[in-house]
Design a binder for this molecule. Structure first.
Ligand code: THU
Length: 131
């Protein structure tokens, strides 16, 4: 178990979640190759499909701050012993991850497990595939 600045950013972001419908707050944080950290929370909507995930919010903050290559991802949800990014967020993250990016699966106290991003999103769709 480790409490890193990246974990703390995700954990603090979780406290900002707007999740009145699911009551499932999530926080995510991304660290880029410069060491910058960008965090986000899930934001739900009365029209349920219009809500979005914490990882997507974090990506938005990263892009608005100038972008970068994601080296590390941390995700935390208060109701899960560890949470995996959903499939849609794995696709969105894949657009920006470095080849050696890692995903930290967290509980409320810190990082529980660290896995390569490539292990949770192998054979993803890329721009090359769309050509
Ligand atoms: N959620 C995330 O923010 N990230 C994930 O990886 C999985 C799910 C959010 C979406 C929704 O607001 C709530 O968790 C319940 O699905």
């Amino acid at each position: 178990m480790s409490v890193t600045p990246l974990f703390s950013a995700a954990r603090n972001a979780m406290d900002r979640a707007y999740a009145p419908y699911s009551r499932f707050p999530v926080g995510a944080a991304l660290k880029t190759e410069t060491g910058a950290i960008h965090a986000g929370c899930n934001i739900e909507n009365a029209s349920f499909p219009e809500g979005w995930c914490a990882e997507t919010s974090a990506l938005s903050h990263m892009v608005m701050a100038g972008g970068g290559k994601v080296k590390e991802i941390a995700v935390v949800a208060e109701k899960m012993p560890r949470i995996m990014p959903c499939g849609g967020c794995r696709q969105r993250l894949s657009e920006f991850v470095a080849d050696d990016a890692v995903l930290h699966l967290c509980d409320l106290d810190g990082v529980v497990e660290t896995v390569p991003f490539s292990a949770v999103f192998p054979l993803g769709f890329t721009f090359e595939d769309g050509k």
